[in-house]
Each structure stands twice: as structure tokens, then as C-alpha cells.
Design a protein around this ligand. Sequence first.
Ligand SMILES: [Zn+2]
Length: 301
Amino acid sequence: MRIGVDLGGTKIEAVALDEAGDLLARRRVPTPRDDYPATLDAIAGLVRDLEVETGGRGTVGVGMPGALSPATGLVKNANSTWLNGRDLDRDLSSLLARPVRFANDANCFALSEAVDGAGAGARVVFGVILGTGTGGGVVVERKPLTGPNAIAGEWGHNPLPWPRSGEWPGPSCYCGKTGCVETFLSGPGLARDYREATGASLEAPEVVARAGRGEREAALALERYEERMARALAVVLNILDPDVVVLGGGMSQNARLYGNVPRRWQEWAFSDRVTTPLRPPVHGDSSGVRGAAWLWGPGEA
Ligand SMILES: [Zn+2]
């Protein structure tokens, strides 16, 4: 049995999967914000409850915002800031009396879709989360790539390529740079673009809905969004040439992206013909927690 834990800023979700990936049990609790010992106890409690419910013992994988620093082993880059600088690996492994694997939540998303989702059977999968931020993850043969700096797939904090007038230097980003892909392709990025064009403040889903109803300014904002995504993903195609690109997060629910973006990335990728499919997620919001469970591979659980 595999147990996956998705350690989010507002809730912690855990699932138990059987060997085939079928759901055995699911639990969730609110995240004890700003309280590290209580966060550890909450994770351990979820694992215990799942094991009591299923009557088995599982491997444990944890997906979280941020990463374990390869240099120190401590948590870094987590927007759940009370985790940063903590030895989550040692503390949780000792609490659960077993080794625990960790990965960034975008890597877990990509892994879940690569194992039995939209990228099932593909050798190289690039997964993107388009939500309040833009994360990315690379999975090769069912294993997430991390890299010596634990930043593989961090696509959102590169500059928007081939900038047009008005796009450079671009909006400032929380990472300290300006013009990052994230500032254009996150939900708040679309909302900002619409606000700058119209003066009206709307959340991204409302911009998408208005475009669907034929509002001209909303449709133009969405066209800019798609064209920017095509440019940004063309860079990924040029470097990685993945077999499949899968979108996740709130913005991935916009069906028109899957036709319009590949039509446009053709123009930017360094190839006479681009056949890469762009797909919606199969597991939706469950991908993070399922991918955490799949950090333990075939034959390991
Ligand atoms: Zn940035």
C-alpha cells in the first residue's frame, strides 16, 4: 500500500492507494498554520488513521510547496514559511518509524499524471500547475527529476520569451525578478492583464467566463494569455522535447487552451512540425496527493 500526503498551506490531505492505484481511503485536516510540531503531528495522525482504516502499513510520500535543499536537507522555498529551515525529513521519518520521500507539489502533479493520468505511457512528461502561481515538474520514466539544486522544471521563474512591447521589463514577481512567466500565466497574472487593459478588477475565472460569453476585452486578454503560454512552452519544447505536456491548477479548466496553445506554439518551437500533445489533467485536484503516493515506485511498496 502507498500513502500519499499533500501538505498544503490550508489543508493536509492524505490518501491510501493499492498496488493498482485504486483509492482505498482518503482523509483531510486543516493545516496547523505557523505551528511546526502540530504540522508533524497532523501528518502522522493522518497516516495512522489511514492505516487503521485499511488494516495495512504503507510507504509514505509527501508533496509540499517548496523542496528539501540538497545542500542542507532542510526545507526551502516553502510559502508555508513555518516549514522553512526545518528538518522535515528527519522529524517525520522518526515520528513514522520509516523512511519518507518528499517532492515539490508540481513534481507530484507531474508524477501522478505520468503514472496513470494524462501522460500515462509517455517517457517524458512536463507538468505545469497554473493557479495562484505557476509551478512545473519533469518526470522521466515515472521518476521526477529534481537536480542538484532541486529546481528542475521551475519554469515559472524564467522571463517570458520573445517579449513584445509592453511586456518588458514586465510586472515584478515575488521572487525578486521582473517579467517572470508566472506574472503572466498565473490566475492573478491574467487578472492583472485584464485590469491593465480595462481598469476593471476581476478574478481570472470571471475573465474566462466573460470571454466565453463573447465579451471583447475578456476575449482579447485570453488570446494574449494563450499566445504568451505558447511562447513560454515553446522554450520547454526546445530544451526538453517532452512526449506530453499536462496542465493543472485552476487555469487548466479552460478547455480552449488545449487547441489554441498548440496551434500557436508551432510558430515558436525550433521545429518544422510540432506534434506534442497538450492535455488537461485526468486526476484534477487529486493529482498532488496521488503523485506523493507514487514517489514510491513499482516494487517499492
Ligand atoms: Zn519570479
